[in-house]
Design a protein. Structure first.
Length: 133
C-alpha cells in the first residue's frame, strides 16, 4: 500500500495528539481533576476531528475541481471535433455546389452554342431558299 497525502496527514495528527497528551497532562487523578483534563482532551480530540474533516473537504474539492477540468477538456475536445466535422461537411457541400454550378453553366453554354448554331443554320437555309426563289 502506498502512502498518500491523506495517510501522512492522519499520521501527523495521531503523533501530535499523542505528544500533546503525553506532555500536557499529568498522570495522577488529583491533578487531572484540578486541571479539568477531560475537557481539554475532549477539545483536543474535537480539534483533531475538525482538522481531519477540513483535510477531507480540501481533498474532495480538489477531486471535484480535477474532475471538472477533465470534463471541460473532454467537452472542448468534442466541440473542436464537432466544429471540424461541420467545417469539413460545409467545405464538401460548397465544393459540390460549385461543381454543380460549373456543370450547369457548361450545359447552359453548350445549349446556347447549339441553339445559336441551329439558328445560324436555319438562317442560312432560309436565306438560301429566299435567294433561290
Amino acid at each position: 500500500m502506498k502512502f498518500r497525502t491523506h495517510h501522512l496527514v492522519l499520521l501527523f495528527i495521531c503523533i501530535f495528539i499523542n505528544l500533546y497528551v503525553a506532555n500536557a497532562y499529568p498522570t495522577n487523578s488529583v491533578e487531572i481533576e484540578k486541571r479539568g483534563i477531560l475537557k481539554k482532551i475532549k477539545k483536543t480530540v474535537s480539534k483533531a476531528g475538525n482538522g481531519v474533516k477540513n483535510a477531507a473537504s480540501t481533498v474532495g474539492k480538489g477531486v471535484k475541481n480535477a474532475a471538472s477540468t477533465v470534463g471541460n477538456g473532454v467537452k472542448d475536445a468534442a466541440s473542436t471535433v464537432g466544429n471540424g466535422v461541420k467545417n469539413a461537411a460545409s467545405t464538401v457541400g460548397n465544393g459540390v455546389k460549385d461543381a454543380a454550378s460549373t456543370v450547369g453553366n457548361g450545359v447552359k453554354d453548350a445549349a446556347s452554342t447549339v441553339g445559336n448554331g441551329v439558328k445560324g443554320a436555319a438562317s442560312t437555309v432560309g436565306n438560301g431558299v429566299k435567294n433561290a426563289a
